[in-house]
Design a protein around this ligand. Structure first.
Ligand code: NIG
Ligand code: FE
Length: 414
């Protein structure tokens, strides 16, 4: 065979869980090789079929370990000031998440701490969390604003998110979540706050290029359907895709509304009913499941997994990392929780943090699977089958990580 491939790096003696939707299941290719050129995958397949390599192409021997796409955490609130460990203690004594929110705690407390914090201190704190994520195999993370709730503080949060993407080996996608809660100064007039979000905040943030998508917290302790629709209309005018925190604590019909705006994803959805599932199935909207928040709030209502399967809705899994409902920045732990708490299969869970996580961010054409032409975001794991990623936790099995074709240097992950 005379074909020669030009590659910067070739991984050899590796097993691939490609997660490529055009292959079945995990898309397994065993005893494989995978070649990278620049930031792309240029070849993959059985090692004995590997074309000739230019001499001196660097080889990474993988000793039979498993390669997956870099993990994608498609829903986080990773930039915030302070923490809410004291509210956790209150909840342990029986005060509910909603009661804490109604008493001025919850999101509003984090808003106060975030407004007070400098951009630099937010950047440093968020950097610690983002690094912890990357040490566990994450190469792409979505970060929401929503703890500023005024123009300058929302801009501050989104700038921090953008800076994280520039300074860490992480692709950062931002979502503007100005409609996360009504800030203290607008408590008596939530509609005026929504007008501010639509008329001032969203247009300026779009103009600055700080948001890749727009999100709303549609809930009894958040915003109504009508208020959500106003924000979605503005986002649509500005050409920004939408997503929604929907049906987390009650069923308001937010998911069906989001579907009518072709939302990228609806997230939480514990209270979603069959009509809602049908609506998101028709719009191709991803169902993002957040088992960390379900666990940490000790919820009992599970998302309608069987209906999501029946209507073939793609399911993503994310950490929802935030200081109130999910102070958990381990995406591998979410794989386990998605299985134990929501009865997903290990395959569905891994799809949730790879190809379906990419879909929830509108990035599935370039990320989320090991496919020739896609970005070389790769995670190498010391496991003997990809189902182990959902099975054990506590030992970090990540051996090596590449983002955009470059090896991530953690200085100490083993
Ligand atoms: O996704 N539901 C709304 N927002 C977050 C919680 C934020 C907080 O409690 O600080 C969530 O669960
Ligand atoms: Fe959230």
């Amino acid at each position: 065979m005379s074909q020669v491939i030009a590659a910067d790096l070739v991984l050899m003696d590796v097993n691939l869980a490609t997660m490529d939707p055009s292959r079945a299941g995990y898309g397994l290719v065993e005893q494989a090789a995978l070649a990278i050129k620049d930031d792309k995958i240029v070849w993959l397949g059985a090692q004995h079929e590997l074309p000739s390599l230019a001499t001196e192409t660097p080889i990474v021997p993988c000793r039979g370990m498993w390669l997956t796409p870099g993990l994608i955490d498609c829903h986080t609130h990773l930039v915030f000031g302070g923490n809410r460990a004291d509210e956790f203690e209150q909840r342990l004594q029986g005060v509910s998440y909603q009661q804490i929110a109604e008493q001025g705690g919850g999101i509003k407390r984090t808003v106060a701490a975030t407004r007070e914090a400098s951009e630099q201190s937010l950047f440093e704190l968020a950097g610690k969390y983002a690094s912890a994520m990357s040490q566990q195999g994450v190469t792409c993370v979505e970060i929401k604003s929503g703890y500023g709730l005024d123009l300058s503080s929302e801009i501050k949060m989104l700038k921090v998110a953008r800076r994280l993407g520039e300074s860490l080996p992480l692709q950062v996608q931002t979502s503007f979540l100005g409609a996360h809660a009504v800030p203290a100064e607008y408590v008596a007039q939530p509609d005026s706050y929504i007008d501010l979000v639509c008329e001032q905040m969203l247009p300026q943030i779009a103009q600055l290029g700080l948001a890749d998508a727009v999100d709303v917290f549609c809930e009894s302790i958040g915003f109504s359907l009508a208020q959500t629709e106003k924000v979605f209309n503005k986002a649509q005018q500005l050409g920004l895709p939408v997503k929604l925190h929907a049906e987390q604590l009650s069923n308001l019909g937010g998911s069906a509304l989001a579907a009518s705006y072709n939302a990228l994803s609806v997230d939480h959805i514990e209270y979603l009913d069959e009509a809602g599932v049908r609506a998101i199935a028709e719009s191709g909207t991803v169902a993002t499941l957040l088992p960390g928040a379900f666990y940490f709030l000790r919820e009992t209502q599970k998302p309608p997994i069987d209906l999501l399967r029946k209507y073939k809705v793609p399911m993503a899994i994310a950490t929802d990392f935030n200081p109130g409902s999910s102070p958990i920045c381990s995406l591998p732990l979410m794989l386990n929780m998605a299985c134990t708490l929501f009865s997903l299969t290990p395959l569905e869970a891994l799809q949730g943090v790879t190809i379906n996580g990419a879909k929830a961010l509108g990035l599935d054409a370039e990320r989320g699977s090991l496919t020739v032409g896609k970005q070389a975001d790769l995670a190498l794991w010391d496991i003997s089958h990809p189902n182990e990623l959902s099975y054990q936790f506590g030992r970090n099995t990540l051996q090596q990580l590449w983002q955009k074709g470059k090896e991530v240097n953690f200085g100490g992950v083993q």
